[in-house]
Design a protein around this ligand. Structure first.
Ligand SMILES: Nc1ncnc2c1ncn2[C@@H]1O[C@H](COP(=O)(O)OP(=O)(O)OP(=O)(O)O)[C@@H](O)[C@H]1O
Ligand SMILES: O=P(O)(O)OC[C@@]1(O)O[C@H](CO)[C@@H](O)[C@@H]1O
Length: 311
């Protein structure tokens, strides 16, 4: 069983248009409405692939009801934490060449009592789970240390925590000593406060996050695949894919990595296979076993240190 928590969930609306032009009327070629937020996507991906996952979700307003209703269709077990503010809607516009334009709302603030209920719900369900995944942005007013606090409170239970977040919440979580963090290239560059142009620079930055407290770093690099740096070594893997929508690919990568044991090159290969499968699917659709092409993954025996990853 995997347990995910998404402090700032969303109803994701993906609109497909022939070409996006600022200031013009567009007729949508297709629309996908899906339950969103990173922890929710991780849970959806795990369940699609035969694993058990439970998602802790703060949900308020009619939008919260809609989110929970949408989630039921995905067979994810949901622990709903009632909150006053409505669940946000995030909009993605996708063009046929897979260019993604995304507008994410900030989300409704959570009161101190609501934050406590959310943490309490995670702690109530954490015993005996394989991993807790804390993922996504924090709503306005929620302290940057929210996920860090969760890591500290979960420590006595001994369950490993994976964190995928952004902004100031990420360095705060790293300091709390999670088992795994999953930054993308921009997030990793922001934490170390320098541009990352080559695999060497990515690996160095991942090492810096390890020295600050994260036991392992799974850095996702879009079409360049992903790099894993842990106490045993460094690996780079990638897979070619016909990109359609990259939304949620990082969540699929993380889910695949955890589903395959959460450590080492074979888990990295599984994660990259799930990530590549996710980009080839519309909206934030999570791949199932029929979409995943494990044989397309290349785990490089030697890291190509000077390879550019900023193109
Ligand atoms: N164009 C692509 N071709 C092949 N694989 C891709 C492509 N884009 C992404 N991937 C796969 O998906 C994984 C995650 O992608 P990315 O780095 O864009 O994540 P992310 O920015 O965290 O995404 P999100 O926040 O939308 O979930 C990559 O590590 C890679 O395995
Ligand atoms: O605003 P955040 O919390 O950083 O990201 C939210 C989000 O963009 O992440 C998921 C894709 O990873 C989407 O389902 C969702 O809309």
């Amino acid at each position: 069983m995997f347990l995910t928590v998404t402090a700032n969930p969303s109803v994701d609306r993906t609109v497909e248009v022939a070409r996006l032009t600022r200031g013009e009327l567009h007729r949508a070629a297709a629309v996908h409405v899906q339950p969103g937020g990173k922890g929710i996507n991780v849970a959806r991906a795990l369940v699609r692939n035969g694993h058990q996952a439970r998602a802790v979700v703060p949900a308020g307003g009619p939008e919260g009801d809609q989110l929970i209703r949408l989630l039921t269709g995905y067979r994810v077990e949901v622990v709903r934490v009632e909150v006053a503010g409505p669940v946000r809607s995030n909009i993605t516009v996708v063009e046929p060449d897979a260019t993604v334009t995304k507008i994410n709302e900030a989300g409704a603030p959570l009161s101190a009592a609501e934050r406590e209920s959310l943490l309490g719900a995670v702690l109530d369900h954490a015993s005996g789970v394989g991993w807790v995944v804390a993922a996504g942005s924090l709503p306005p007013g929620v302290p940057d240390e929210f996920y860090a606090d969760l890591i500290h409170r979960l420590a006595p239970i001994g369950v490993p925590v994976a964190v995928d977040t952004s902004g100031a919440a990420l360095p705060a979580a790293v300091k709390a000593g999670p088992a795994l963090v999953k930054p993308n290239l921009e997030e990793l560059a922001e934490v170390v406060d320098r541009p990352l142009r080559t695999l060497r620079e990515v690996v160095d930055a991942a090492g810096e996050l390890r020295s600050r407290g994260a036991a392992a770093v799974l850095a996702s690099l879009g079409g360049h695949g992903a790099v894993l740096v842990d106490g045993d070594g460094t690996w780079h893997a990638e897979a070619r894919a016909q990109a359609r929508s990259s939304v949620g690919a990082g969540d699929a990568l993380l889910a695949g990595f955890l589903a395959a044991g959460g450590r080492g090159p074979s888990a990295l290969a599984a994660g990259v296979a799930w990530g590549a499968a996710a980009v080839s699917l519309p909206g934030s659709t999570m791949p199932g076993p029929e979409d995943v092409r494990a044989h397309r993954v290349v785990v490089h025996p030697d890291v190509e240190w000077e390879r550019r990853i900023d193109t």
